[in-house]
Design a protein around this ligand. Structure first.
Ligand code: PLP
Length: 366
């Protein structure tokens, strides 16, 4: 089987599994327990946070919390930031549903929520951002790498303008598809940054949120007060150490995924457009006049797994993000996403490209 759906999730690595096993069986103790075994696990959690902080290019100062997913991290970042008399909230139209749907929920509740358009490359449109940002803006969320197109937003540029116009606004970024793949040291003016383990060969069900200043955030769930009272619930020591295993294996060498992506693009046939051209890990292709879902299932019959867009919008015919980029409707329907991992090979790329070309030519002839 060939797996080209790594933006959806990745296969767990050996080093994650080793830690998960160790901290599920031998060191399973509750990190909040006051005996030594519990205290040791608490120390281990802080050690993992330090490793993550280093990877984010920041110093660890009790400024990272673990969550049950990046979805949860995004929800805490947004909903936890809201205060009475909050000003405008700005989000991009490219956001993952965990941000976009939270923003829509707040808009329905009466908050002043606006969305920044995307340009034809899938990046948040800077001119539109400049038009919409005001002195009254309280919260800005710009994702780092788009999960459907791989488009990369230049966060530093957005932050520069924010600093001039509304220096006290909170700046959040969803870093899920960037972390561990795109080498980037967090800009000192990023307040909140969300990440997830399962996109980088770690376990599912564990995310983290970097929080520059904990005083600016309120909890959205209440309980035993774990994670500086910002994310109650017994710490998932096994998955946290599993996250560590994945982070320890990060290498920013993307030569093999670049070669795979380039090979596929060069050898594709038919009437298609490539959407976005940022992250080498993601390739979004839109064919004219054929159905992307049919392609996904035809490839599946050939033991090749890809997706339509994000896994979360897998079964929907429309595509909010591609439409926002201005892609015509007859291409939107024919969209698929190939996403790569360090384990994929050029031989796999050759097989997938050949099968893809065959499927497209069959569907065109129908
Ligand atoms: N943000 C982005 C950009 C993603 O790609 C994903 C996963 O698809 C998420 C957030 C949600 O991550 P999780 O599965 O950890 O909730």
């Amino acid at each position: 089987m060939i797996y080209f759906d790594n933006a959806s999730t990745t296969k767990i690595c050996e080093s994650s599994l080793k830690y998960i096993n160790e901290f599920s069986v031998n060191n399973f103790y509750n990190p909040s327990s006051i005996y030594k075994q519990g205290a040791d696990n608490k120390k281990e959690i802080d050690a993992v946070k330090s490793i993550i902080a280093k990877t984010l290019g920041v110093e660890f100062k009790d400024n990272i919390i673990f969550t049950g997913s990046a979805t949860e991290a995004n929800n805490i970042a947004i909903q936890g930031s809201i205060k009475k008399n909050f000003g405008k909230l700005l989000f991009t139209e490219g956001e993952h549903p965990s941000v976009y749907n939270t923003a829509s929920y707040l808009k329905n509740k009466g908050f002043n929520v606006e969305f920044i358009k995307l340009n034809k490359n899938g990046e948040a449109d800077f001119d539109d951002f400049a038009k919409q940002i005001t002195e009254n803006t309280s919260f800005i969320s710009v994702m780092h790498v788009n999960n459907e197109t791989g488009a990369i937003n230049n966060l530093d540029k957005f932050i520069e303008l924010k600093k001039n116009i509304c220096p006290n606004a909170i700046f959040h970024s969803d870093g899920v598809q960037a972390f561990g793949k795109l080498k980037y040291a967090l800009n000192n003016d990023i307040d909140l940054y969300s990440i997830s383990a399962h996109k980088i060969y770690g376990p599912k069900g564990i995310g983290a949120l970097y929080i520059k200043n904990k005083n600016k955030i309120n909890p959205i769930i209440f309980g035993g007060g774990q994670e500086y009272n910002l994310r109650s619930g017994t710490e998932n020591i096994a998955s946290i150490t599993g996250f560590k295993g994945a982070v320890e294996e990060i290498s920013y060498n993307s030569d093999n995924v670049k070669a795979i992506r380039d090979y596929v693009i060069k050898n594709l046939e038919g009437d298609f457009k490539i959407n976005g051209n940022g992250s080498p890990y993601i390739l979004s292709i839109s064919y004219k006049g054929i159905n992307g879902e049919t392609i996904v299932h035809m490839l599946e019959e050939n033991n090749i797994l890809i997706s339509r867009g994000s896994a979360c919008s897998g079964s929907k015919v429309g595509n909010r993000i591609l439409s926002s980029m201005g892609l015509p409707n007859d291409y939107v329907k024919g969209s698929i996403r190939l996403s790569f991992s360090k384990n994929n090979t050029i031989e796999e790329a050759k097989i997938v490209t050949q099968k893809l070309n065959e499927c497209v030519s069959k569907l065109k002839g129908m």
